[in-house]
Design a protein around this ligand. Structure first.
Ligand code: GLN
Length: 447
């Protein structure tokens, strides 16, 4: 704990943490020491973990990096966090992120951007930017983030660390602030695949507080990391031919592909004809869900309340206009538009259908191949403010991560190289739902 607190204080400019739980973390550490001495410590004894500011932790502030939740303290603890604590993890603090997890650069936080520790003129990716930088810069051992369309994988790729998004429903979402509920999954950012496996093992599984959670038994992922199997792997040709793909990213990923082929795995090019549709489909559905989920922040129940209101309607309007940042407002407007009576069928219903096509095609490919490989992101970490004036350019940063989110399948980003500027390049692997054991074992093998 002292080591990480020291590192955090050395580099305040990274802006990765919004709040530190210093005294509590030391107290937890003391308690763990005692348990270790009596041989009763849990599986995560001594692991120092940071939480993205979207995970509820009883008695602690919870804001989703937004002003609309200013002053709000959580009344309960997320199931996933509860399970970490039960296994003696130490929670060191609350991490900066894009407001309500909406963004791909961590520039949408009301607490200011997070800087990439490899090059502070660049973004860490988003929305779990603070969580990724915290692991990158050794400010904690691992972070718990959330991934709706890439928010764990893309910042992991930009920061040279491991980012795991499990199968949709593998981890209970109870206590995770909802962005787009049919996509949201809690995920892990860590230095090693072993840590990701162990944390998943502890957090996953049945929970009476989340009606969508899977009741499948949870494998001991951390015991299943050795694999000498030869796999059948598809690489999505359309991704490698897409316009915005940086040449160094492309060559690095193709280099891994060749390396796997030489090692005896069977690699084949596959077609995925919906690449042009995945980002629009994702943004129609997630903004629709977000506009509904964010309806509860009205100045009455949680956090911030405008002082300029004169009646109930103006209380709602002013609270929301003052409390939500520009990107969140944009998405609420987009979402209410696609759900409005005149446009519902043209946008929302159609996007639901396209989501089904994308899911079916992805599942079909994964019946033939154990893994699909592709880059995590089309570029390495871009410069601060490079994409802020153009939301569409920012949305395209998600082009390779949203497929797994639309399909609900598990996916991981692992660091496989660096570009000429020394910036990290991530390889993304997808596999069939609930096949995290082979996803983790194969990632471990590649790393
Ligand atoms: N960049 C994507 C978005 O802004 C992903 C966010 C996420 O996964 N939470 O929606």
């Amino acid at each position: 704990v002292a080591h990480y607190l020291h590192n955090i204080k050395q580099k305040p400019e990274l802006n990765a943490f919004l709040e530190l739980f210093e005294e509590e973390a030391f107290a937890q550490a003391d308690a763990v020491d005692k348990k270790l001495a009596s041989g009763q410590a849990g599986k995560l004894a001594g692991m120092v973990i940071g939480l993205k500011d979207v995970l509820a932790y009883e008695g602690h502030s919870l804001q989703a990096s937004s002003q609309i939740l200013n002053g709000f303290k959580s009344l309960y603890t997320a199931t996933a966090v509860q399970r970490l604590l039960a296994e003696d993890a130490i929670i060191i603090g609350r991490q900066n992120c894009d407001e309500f997890a909406m963004g791909a650069s961590n520039e949408n936080s009301s607490f200011g951007p997070v800087l990439n520790a490899d090059d502070p003129t660049r973004v860490p990716g988003g929305s779990s930017g603070g969580s990724a930088v915290a692991v990158q810069a050794d400010l904690c051992l691992a972070s718990i983030g959330s991934d709706t369309g890439g928010s764990v994988r893309q910042p992991a790729s930009f920061c040279g660390v491991v980012g795991l998004k499990p199968t949709y429903s593998r981890i209970s979402r109870y206590g995770l602030i909802a962005y787009a509920s049919s996509f949201d999954q809690i995920g892990v950012i860590s230095k090693s695949v072993e840590d990701a496996a162990l944390l998943l093992e502890v957090m996953a599984g049945s929970d009476e507080y989340d009606s969508t959670v899977s009741h499948r038994p949870v494998p001991a992922y951390s015991q299943l990391l050795q694999s000498d199997k030869k796999y059948k792997i598809g690489y999505i040709r359309d991704c490698f031919e897409s316009e915005g793909l940086d040449a160094e990213v492309k060559n690095t990923i193709l280099g891994v592909k060749d390396m796997l082929q030489e090692a005896g795995h069977q690699l084949e090019a596959v077609e995925f004809p919906y690449l042009d549709y995945i980002v629009p489909t994702y943004y129609i559905l997630t903004t629709a869900e977000a506009s509904s989920n964010l309806g509860r922040f009205d100045g009455v129940k949680y956090g911030y309340r405008s002082e300029n209101a004169t009646d109930l309607t103006s209380l709602y309007k002013k609270t929301r206009a003052e409390g939500f940042g520009p990107e969140v407002q944009r998405r609420i407007m987009l979402g209410t538009f696609v759900l409005s009576a005149d446009y519902y069928d043209a946008y929302y219903t159609k996007a639901q259908r396209v989501r089904r096509l994308i899911k079916d095609k992805t599942d079909e490919l994964l019946q033939h191949y154990d893994f699909l490989i592709l880059p995590t992101a089309p570029t390495t970490a871009f410069r601060l403010e490079e994409n802020t004036a153009n939301p569409l350019a920012m949305y395209l940063a998600d082009i390779f991560t949203v497929q797994a989110s639309l399909a609900g399948v598990p996916a991981i980003s692992i660091p496989v190289g660096r570009d000429a500027n020394g910036l990290s390049i991530g390889l993304q692997l997808m596999t069939r739902s609930f096949e995290e054991p082979q996803l983790l074992a194969f990632s471990n093998y590649i790393l």
